[in-house]
Design a protein around this ligand. Structure first.
Ligand SMILES: Cc1cc2nc3c(=O)[nH]c(=O)nc-3n(C[C@H](O)[C@H](O)[C@H](O)COP(=O)(O)OP(=O)(O)OC[C@H]3O[C@@H](n4cnc5c(N)ncnc54)[C@H](O)[C@@H]3O)c2cc1C
Length: 425
């Protein structure tokens, strides 16, 4: 094996093609599942690949069990579609908590205080009731499983996407590593919903990257009178289940430095440091907060809370000064969880890489600037961009053209027919 300083040469290999499909979705977070479900419901042959053994990404494994937010801050719903559908499914199983429609936008202090206890109201006041949803993360995983299983999409867990297979301006497939070895899946359209933009990065598309302070949310059970402890200033929220609270560790306590969430050394440091400090917080809460003396840890998030890593620099970078400005090729609208009456109209161009005709990006790594990302990274807009990506992929496959060449009006008509909200009165 030839070597040069700092490198080894690996032997050339023949990689088996495991499957060919119309739409290949990388990442089973909320964006990826939405993309896969939307593409499959619209008639495409779909394979959804996830590196772990469950769906939902940060929304489940990160224990970020709050949909913030489906409204515009004045009581008007701006996200519907699959996000509304999963809310309905959770509600039917008693696994969601949210204010009733008649309360959205209300400035009633009692209602606002009630919702603050559930982590549904954030940012600076004067506050109003938001259409935000607290949910049970295990139920959320099950709802996502069910939604995928109801389609004909093929789901592959425990396969890590390695490299995009690039041919000119097309991505013809992706290679994967699994316990069974390396393999390729070929596809007409690829959707990168990996959160960190692993596919557009390996394909060579431009991106921006942020270092972040990692979070590690956790839940505790056996808490007595959580409401009183929260009223006294406790930095945690009521959540589904009697005597359980959700603790957004990282909000007040922090590790010593920011990390690059794509660097294994940084991630290893953060996994150890965050978990150690969560345990310190558990011990101090048991000792100091009335009601926590007998409390136990229910679950520490399986995944670090990474708010940001890579963002595509795509055909359009949605910028902060475009707030409240509708655009012709809107495929989703989102409010802002820390601001009232502040809307972003997400254009289809923010889902498209400039260099590749058949790559669509969805979720927290779409093409927006750092400040817009604060709003578009939330779970409801991630589901909305995922749904739009799936619809676009299916329509382009049916029409026999690349997603980048698709008439966006067709995507909009189909999205609206499925309950997505693209126009406001
Ligand atoms: C601390 C914190 C607090 C937050 N608070 C809220 C909140 O209260 N409410 C809210 O709505 N949002 C909140 N967010 C934002 C939100 O949770 C995420 O931005 C959103 O869930 C991202 O969804 P996604 O599908 O784009 O990415 P992810 O959830 O990251 O999903 C990506 C998926 O891709 C998989 N994957 C990654 N790489 C590969 C690969 N190479 N091969 C195969 N699979 C791969 C991952 O395992 C994962 O399942 C918060 C985020 C953080 C970090």
């Amino acid at each position: 094996m030839a070597t040069r300083a700092g490198f080894i040469s690996e032997p050339q290999r023949q990689t088996p093609v495991k499957a060919e499909t119309e739409v290949l979705v990388i990442g089973g977070g909320t964006a990826g599942v939405s993309a896969a479900v939307a593409a499959a419901r619209n008639g495409a042959e779909v394979i959804l690949v996830e590196r772990l053994g469950y769906l939902g990404g940060l929304a489940t494994g990160g224990l970020i069990a709050l949909l913030l937010t489906l409204d515009d801050g004045r009581g008007r719903q701006v996200i519907g579609g699959l996000c509304q559908e999963i809310t309905d499914r959770l509600q039917n199983r008693g696994a969601a908590h949210f204010p009733s429609r008649s309360e959205w936008g209300s400035a009633d202090e009692k209602l606002v205080a009630r919702d603050q206890q559930w982590g549904l109201v954030w940012g600076h006041g004067p506050h109003r009731v938001r259409y935000s949803v607290a949910y049970d993360a295990e139920e959320f995983k099950f709802a996502l499983n069910t939604m995928v299983e109801e389609t004909k999409a093929r789901l592959l867990f425990h396969c890590y996407a390695c490299d995009a297979i690039v041919d000119g301006d097309r991505i013809t497939g992706v290679t994967f590593q699994s316990k069974a070895g390396r393999f390729a899946i070929l596809a007409k359209t690829v959707i990168d919903a990996s959160g960190d933009g692993d596919i557009f990065t390996s394909a060579g598309a431009p991106y921006e990257k942020e270092a972040v302070l990692p979070w590690l949310w956790f839940t505790m059970g056996g808490v007595e009178n959580a409401e009183a402890a929260i009223e006294k200033g406790g930095w945690f929220f009521r959540t589904l289940g009697n005597g359980r609270v959700l603790l957004p560790w990282g909000a007040t306590e922090r590790v010593a430095r920011k990390i690059d969430a794509t660097d294994p050394d940084d991630l290893s440091y953060a996994e150890l440091a965050c978990r150690r400090r969560v345990m310190e917080q558990v011990d101090s809460m048991r000792a100091e907060i009335p009601g926590f003396a007998q409390a136990h840890i229910c679950h520490i998030a399986d995944q670090l809370g990474i708010t940001e890593s890579r963002r595509l620099v795509g055909r359009h970078v949605l910028a902060h000064d475009e707030v409240d400005r509708p655009c012709e090729d809107v495929i989703a609208i989102t409010g802002n969880w820390t601001k009232y009456e502040s809307l972003y109209y997400i254009p289809y161009r923010s889902l498209l890489a400039a260099q590749f005709a058949n790559l669509i990006v969805a979720g927290r790594c779409i093409s927006v600037d750092h400040r817009v990302h604060h709003a578009t990274k939330e779970i409801p807009p991630c589901m909305a961009t995922g749904e739009a990506a799936g619809v676009a992929a299916a329509l382009s496959v049916r029409a026999g053209i690349e997603p980048a060449a698709l008439d966006v009006k067709l995507i909009q008509i189909r999205l609206e027919s499925q309950g997505a909200i693209l126009r406001l009165p």
